[in-house]
Design a binder for this molecule. Structure first.
Ligand code: TRP
Length: 362
């Protein structure tokens, strides 16, 4: 981010501090993973792509496998922040669950659930809204950015307040860890503020109701889409986790490169070529400089062939598992029903505590 005269300290979203804290947290997690509960989620708006996989999915599976108690939210109400109607919602929800499970989220160890099935989570929104001011909501940089890019003619109340709803997503299960990307840091600040204010208004110092959740920034490599812009489902430049080997080959063949035939890894000067190199390196678990050096003067066509092979080899077992799971939709719905039941019991218990703290248990 450039430093211009009007750059305020909050413009870096506290990223360097969050990075340092995340490294400390990683050490504590490795020591005693069972002490931690983590919550993350996605909006069900379509299939996940390789950017999601290497950015967050992979990290969630790692935490689950270390023994962290993982809560994975399919944030269906949050779909309605920037559109009037959630199209094909049930399909998108099932696709998301399939992507999770194919990538290695194990419903016997992790809890996969949806907003709309957890009334007590949603009810927390009401007291939480009383803890933040309209001015604070209006300053959230991620929401400001989303409003600026929204194609809707009017900003809905849900768009304006969803970070508070997201605080309920995190606090209903008292998650201490929220593995997220940088853009979510302002929302995490809202959750921490809500927890702190609730505790000071309704709790006792020795017995706070909510822990303050912390961001766990993943060292997410930035994968660009095939057009050189950020990989995103809405831009049509993404390779889906569930893409076939042929589709993958076609998408990579069409990817943007540059005029320099000699392949190098230089993300600043050569973003498109470097993103392809990085994608191969991530799939092969190798250093991107080595991958680039190996291709060297053989040019973009050789690079694309190598990337295609690396992606298709790495994702073959994941895609096979996804296809297998997709054959039994009843099983997917059962996974969600179980997850919703577990999350619902946790939310009911927290809401009871909240009502007791607020003197509203009648
Ligand atoms: N806002 C997140 C995104 O767009 C999704 C999300 C909803 C989330 N609730 C959450 C992420 C709670 C972390 C914690 O990616």
């Amino acid at each position: 981010m450039s430093t211009t005269l009007d750059t305020t300290p909050s413009d870096d979203l506290g990223v360097p501090a969050a990075r340092r804290r995340s490294a400390e947290l990683e050490r504590s997690i490795r020591e005693r993973p069972g002490r931690f509960r983590a919550l993350t989620g996605d909006r069900p708006t379509g299939r996940l792509h390789l950017g999601h996989y290497f950015g967050t999915l992979h990290n969630r599976v790692r935490l689950q496998n270390l023994g962290v108690d993982m809560m994975v939210l399919v944030a269906d109400y949050q779909v309605l922040t920037d559109r009037d109607v959630a199209d094909r919602l049930a399909d998108h929800v099932e696709d998301l669950v399939l992507d999770y499970m194919a990538a290695g989220i194990d419903p016997d160890r992790a809890t996969i659930f949806t907003h709309s099935a957890i009334p007590a989570l949603n009810q927390l929104l009401l007291p939480f809204l009383s803890l933040v001011s309209v001015a604070e909501l209006g300053r959230n940089p991620t929401v400001k950015d989303e409003i600026a890019h929204s194609r809707q003619s009017a900003v809905s109340g849900l768009m304006f307040t969803y970070p508070v709803h997201q605080a309920a997503d995190i606090l209903f299960c008292k998650a201490g860890l929220v593995p997220v990307g940088q853009d979510q840091l302002p929302h995490l600040e809202v959750a921490r503020t809500v927890a702190r204010r609730f505790n000071s208004r309704y709790g006792t110092a020795s017995n706070p109701v909510f822990p303050e959740p912390e961001a766990l920034l993943s060292a997410a490599p930035l994968l660009l889409g095939t057009d050189g812009a950020k990989m995103s489902k809405s831009r049509g430049n993404a390779i889906a986790l569930a893409a076939t080997a042929d589709e993958t080959a076609r998408l990579i063949r069409g990817a943007k490169t540059d005029a320099d035939r000699h392949i190098t890894y230089d993300p600043v000067a050569r973003p498109e070529v470097s993103s392809l190199v990085l994608l191969a390196a991530l799939c092969l678990d190798r250093d991107p400089h080595d991958v680039a050096a190996e291709i060297g003067g053989r040019g973009a066509a050789a690079l694309k062939a190598a990337v295609t092979d690396a992606v298709n080899d790495h994702f073959a077992p994941i895609r096979a598992r996804r296809a297998e799971l997709a054959r039994d939709r009843a099983h997917i719905r059962r996974v969600l029903r179980d997850g919703n039941e577990r999350a619902g019991a946790i939310a009911d218990a927290t809401l009871r505590e909240v009502r007791a703290a607020m003197n509203s248990l009648y």
